[in-house]
Unconditional design. Sequence first.
Length: 148
Amino acid sequence: MSYQETKQIVSFIGSIVIFGLYCLYVFQNYPQSAMDSTDAFSFWGAVILILIPVSVIAKIVILIGFSIVYRIVSKEKEPAFSDERDKLIELKATRNSHYTFVLGFLLAMGSLVLDKPTATMFVILLLSGIVSEMIGVMTQLVLYRRGF
């Protein structure tokens, strides 16, 4: 398995673990009474704004750890450059990821149109964020596997 494929698998698993642990933490501390009050916006805003730096920092740590472990196990350096194929694969993955997020965003706005609770919109936004990230990683993995 190539470096890029292994990196994508580690990234995929890391994203799931980070999001899962964060959701577990948030929903254990979930204020049930704030569901229909004006505090719901403050709560969900804080959830999303805290998730972003937590996710970024955790992914950086995971990828640094992966690079170290990969270097020790395989005795190979990670590729120092990316060629046109790598850039094209990354662009296609980014495109698919953005399309997925936009679809999730439209579903979240649709939930407001259908008079669903505000929490539903925020949950759909969170889920569309993680699903779009997974779609991007899976696209890269599939394209590398296929030998695009």
